[in-house]
Design a protein around this ligand. Structure first.
Ligand SMILES: Cc1cc2nc3c(=O)[nH]c(=O)nc-3n(C[C@H](O)[C@H](O)[C@H](O)COP(=O)(O)OP(=O)(O)OC[C@H]3O[C@@H](n4cnc5c(N)ncnc54)[C@H](O)[C@@H]3O)c2cc1C
Length: 699
């Protein structure tokens, strides 16, 4: 009897090792691994230049590895993934399609649409967890609702009754169908055009994409910087962190492999009594935890790529200022550390986490630019651009998360500069115009005596800008903006009470329901052994449970708002949860909680680009130009993904999603329009904090 043929639809799981979909397919019969490049389906989140470069290299390596098994990677370019899969099914006689889960809102919609289309035409579809330690629907609070603070989420993960699955070995063998299937080459996919190639060539000097290189990077990190991670992770100028993020984004190494490799060292170092090692592992695991949490938030709150988790931010008076945005992008704000970071990003596609925090914080707090602008710019320019992590980072910085930075918090770039770049080495590397400025003035050239500036060849306002905003003025403007936000919020609320639509919205809440929503022809025979667990863990989509009761004919908000465990002080979460040993020696991160990370070194020896007056900043596919066009056209602030390019629909009975893609879109829209956060806000810790902030703002 002919062996069954399975298409393995690869996306951001470009590896042979610990690839559950590939392994399961390999056990059953013939395998056709497929990668479909479909940028149109990703809309405004179609990857930027450096990310596409990485993808291309990764595909080349994966194809070579698969060919060594005699199973080449079939690559296609398409505007319709479902159609392309159906065509390949016809060409290969495949009866099954396997893939690993993704959690960003765009993939959730697309994957569901694909799954539904295939199952309707009699194809068995099976999906697997290849990207997370625990699925988002496995980690819930005691009420069965998703957590909304990292700390409570991560504690739950650490106390789960079962360890994350061990990583799978690469398949022993893979067998192919007879005959060849037409495929594109990586070049033909058009991942980089001719003009991009010369810039991209520089990237290869510093980075080695591909799954076997990812393994090497992991090994090198475990054997080197990991031991001192707790001490060094905030150093912005050295290879002190793992530099694994682009590898992990494309799934070249699985998070389970990282986790279990680190756990092994943890046991070893605990046996040796290495306090430093234990602390380092504690902090590194937290970093992995943030990555997990980014997917968790994205899955449970699928609007967070365009709307703050805390709803009050919708009333924040962001400044729609193209000039400021351009100065920030070009590294011409007059604040050396911010400018150095932005030029590094422009030139290399990379930034240490600490510098990401500093430049993003400057963008939203000093310049008051909408956080989504910054997020989109990072998306377009980062080598490790990852929608979920990008969203988490920007929401955290902009005061949009219950446990993120306080809304009124401002970190002075001058102070941050001396803290993280005490002798100005980093600034001098990226700002050649300041190279001769003495350390005493390197982070605040505007205070330097004219003779010092002259001697250093610095002409403020000419070859290096004066600060585009003054710290005191920015602080005052932020104070006013926060006050205005609360006023606006109060006015909206008052108006909202009167409208049914508002009240209805208020009653929608995000809730995860237990049964698999998108289902499911489980492959009982096929994947025996792994199946019992796999089917339980089949891909779900977020669900909206509406707890609506009626009072005098008016929809009335029930008392079942989602958990929101925000510390009223938003205090250093490390301080509240780190083990005592960790407290004793680890540096406390003054930027608090989740972004207490560290730095990859600027590995790249790429000279900083000349900063022109033009619009050029990072070369990117879908970039600020679009932003500016939108602004000019009077459509500010939001890059609306495909799923929201429709009128919002609030379903009167927000049923668990089980239908077609249209329904899922509606469902996501309903989630987006729900006032989850308004409900959250009524919970005591949050409201207490808000009251405090309001009082502060008024004062
Ligand atoms: C505004 C902002 C935007 C960001 N955008 C992205 C992004 O687009 N892509 C991205 O991968 N990371 C993003 N981050 C998170 C973080 O900066 C990078 O993951 C980290 O700097 C990568 O370096 P590393 O691999 O050496 O990290 P390590 O410190 O070695 O950490 C190990 C891994 O943990 C994960 N991780 C660490 N910190 C975070 C975090 N705060 N959030 C999510 N995952 C984390 C990454 O996968 C990382 O590779 C952003 C942070 C901020 C503040």
């Amino acid at each position: 009897m002919a062996k069954p043929c399975t298409i393995v639809w690869l996306r951001r799981d470009l590896r042979l090792e610990d690839n559950p979909a590939l392994c399961a397919a390999g056990r059953i019969g013939n395998v056709v691994p497929v990668f479909i490049w479909s940028p149109e389906e990703e809309r405004q989140f179609h990857p930027g230049r450096v990310s596409r470069w990485w993808l291309k290299q990764s595909l080349i390596q994966l194809d070579v590895s698969l060919r060594s098994f005699g199973v080449p990677l079939v690559m296609r370019k398409s505007t319709d993934t479902l159609g392309t899969l159906q065509e390949l099914i016809k060409a290969t006689g495949a009866t099954q399609v396997f893939y690993n889960h993704l959690y960003d809102p765009i993939s959730l919609v697309r994957d569901h649409h694909v799954k539904q289309g295939l199952t309707q035409s009699g194809i068995q579809v099976q999906s697997f967890n290849g990207d997370l330690l625990y699925e988002p629907w496995e980690v819930l609070n005691d009420d069965g609702k998703p957590f909304t603070s990292f700390e409570s989420y991560w504690q739950k993960c650490l106390n789960m009754p079962f360890e994350p699955d061990s990583p799978l070995l690469p398949p022993r063998r893979l067998t192919s169908i007879a005959g060849s299937i037409p495929t594109y080459t990586p070049e033909e996919l058009g991942l980089e055009d001719e003009t991009e190639k010369s810039s991209n060539a520089l990237l290869a000097r510093a980075w080695a994409p591909g799954w076997s290189n990812a393994d090497r990077a992991l090994e090198a990190f475990l054997a080197g910087p990991l031991l001192e991670y707790s001490r060094n992770r905030h150093k912005i100028d050295g290879p002190t962190t793992s530099l694994l993020s682009p590898h992990m984004h494309f799934g070249e190494v699985s998070v389970r492999k990282v986790y279990h490799s680190v756990r092994r060292l943890q046991l070893l170092w605990a046996k040796d009594g290495s306090k430093l090692g234990e602390e380092s592992i504690y902090f590194f695991m937290r970093s992995i935890g943030f990555r997990e949490y980014s997917r968790y938030l994205s899955f449970n709150f699928p609007f967070t790529h365009e709307r703050s988790l805390l709803s009050n931010l919708k009333s924040f008076p962001w400044r729609v200022d193209e000039g400021f945005f351009k100065a920030w992008r070009q590294g011409r704000t007059g604040y050396p550390l911010v400018d150095a970071g932005m030029r590094e990003l422009w030139a290399t596609g990379w930034l240490h986490n600490r510098v990401r925090v500093i430049v993003s914080s400057f963008c939203v707090k000093f310049l008051q630019l909408p956080w989504r602008w910054g997020m989109k710019y990072f998306w377009d320019t980062l080598l490790d651009a990852d929608l979920e992590s990008d969203v988490l980072g920007w929401q955290y910085i902009s005061g949009s998360l219950p446990d993120g930075h306080e809304l009124d918090r401002m970190d002075n770039p001058q102070t941050e500069g001396y803290k993280h770049d005490p002798v100005g080495e980093y600034v001098r590397r990226w700002l050649p115009e300041l190279v001769r400025l003495p350390t005493e003035w390197i982070h605040h050239p505007w205070d330097a005596p004219p003779a010092v500036l002259r001697a250093a060849g610095v002409e403020l306002g000419s070859n290096y800008p004066r600060p585009i905003v003054e710290v005191a003025a920015a602080r005052e403007r932020l104070r006013q903006a926060v006050a205005q936000m609360w006023e606006q919020e109060a006015a909206l609320k008052a108006a909202g009470v009167a409208t049914d639509a508002e009240a209805l919205d208020e009653n929608l809440e995000v809730k995860v329901v237990t049964p698999p929503l998108v289902s499911t022809h489980s492959l009982k025979t096929a994947v025996a052994g792994t199946l019992s667990r796999s089917s339980l863990r089949d891909q779900r989509v977020p669900t909206c449970g509406k707890q609506l009761s009626m009072e005098n004919g008016v929809p009335h908000e029930g008392d079942n708002s989602p958990d929101i465990a925000m510390s009223p002080q938003q205090d250093n979460l490390l301080a509240t949860t780190a083990p005592p040993e960790a407290h004793s020696t680890a540096e406390k991160c003054d930027n608090k909680s989740m972004n207490c990370d560290q730095t990859p070194e600027p590995k790249h020896n790429v000279p900083p680009p000349a900063v022109s007056d033009g619009n050029s900043t990072a070369e990117s596919s879908s970039s600020p130009k679009q932003v500016n066009d939108e602004l000019r056209n009077g459509v500010p602030l939001v890059w609306v993904p495909s799923i929201v390019n429709q009128q919002p629909v609030v379903e009167p009975s927000c049923v668990p999603y089980a239908g077609d893609a249209g329904q899922l879109r509606k469902h996501l829209l309903a989630l987006q329009n729900s006032r989850t956060e308004n409900k959250m806000e009524e919970k005591s810790p949050l409201s207490e904090w808000r009251r405090r902030t309001k009082r502060k703002a008024k004062a």
